[in-house]
Design a protein around this ligand. Structure first.
Ligand SMILES: Cc1cc2nc3c(=O)[nH]c(=O)nc-3n(C[C@H](O)[C@H](O)[C@H](O)COP(=O)(O)O)c2cc1C
Length: 201
């Protein structure tokens, strides 16, 4: 198991160009989406929505506002992970989570004390952070079955949200994640040594 995980970590790289001739199997897409679904989120509120963008014209329009990066249109699947904006305890979505999972009242109390007084800006940022955890798991899951990916923040967020036609009162998009098969060889991996990155206190 450890070897498989390590292999996946070394296989994954930020793939810049995907093979347009090799489609991904639906079951592989589901496997990747499952990794997102099973990811941890603060208070278990799953403040995310996975938008699978298959429309060709939509992809082309997104590429034009994403530094023209070819990953957007060459990937077999493109997933925009939306984060939930309204996360106060009074929000219908949040209430439904507490109801659905029968979380104890004490947790709801803690949630409302911790979350509700914060500003919209702070809460949006908090919610958006969750998306990165799902993204990381999805990319490693993909790598474990030989599928490439690229985490992408290089796009005009407002323009992408408009092109997608999503309800921006409800969702924001901070990450686009294309998946598919590499065309080019993987470049060398550049990482600092653990000795530089770890501080034991
Ligand atoms: C949050 C985030 C945003 C990124 N945005 C882009 C992007 O828009 N385009 C791109 O080609 N790579 C993007 N990258 C990829 C990084 O440049 C890449 O992960 C880093 O250089 C390390 O290379 P590696 O992933 O191949 O090991 C992003 C990575 C992260 C984590």
């Amino acid at each position: 198991m450890r070897n498989n995980f390590e292999e996946a970590m070394y296989f994954r790289h930020a793939c810049k160009l995907f093979d347009t001739t090799t489609p991904m199997k639906n079951e592989d897409l589901t496997f990747i989406l499952e990794a997102g679904r099973l990811s941890p989120s603060s208070f278990g509120m799953e403040q995310w929505q996975f938008f699978v963008i298959r429309d060709k014209a939509m992809r082309e329009a997104i590429q034009a506002v994403a530094w023209n990066q070819p990953q957007i249109t060459t990937a077999s699947e493109l997933i925009a992970i939306g984060y939930k904006k309204n996360v106060r305890s009074t929000d219908g979505y949040i209430k439904s989570k507490f109801d659905k999972f029968h979380y104890p009242d004490a947790l709801l109390e803690m949630y409302s004390q911790w979350v509700d007084p914060r500003s919209d800006e702070v809460l949006e940022s908090w919610s958006a952070h969750q998306v990165y955890i799902a993204c990381a798991n999805m990319m490693t899951a993909a790598a474990s079955i030989g599928i490439d990916s690229c985490p992408m923040e290089g796009f005009d967020r407002n323009a992408v949200e408009k092109i997608m036609g999503i309800d921006t009162d409800t969702y924001g998009i901070v990450l686009l994640v294309p998946f598919g098969y590499r065309v080019n060889e993987q470049p060398p991996l550049h990482r600092s040594e653990l000795s530089e990155l770890v501080t034991y206190l």
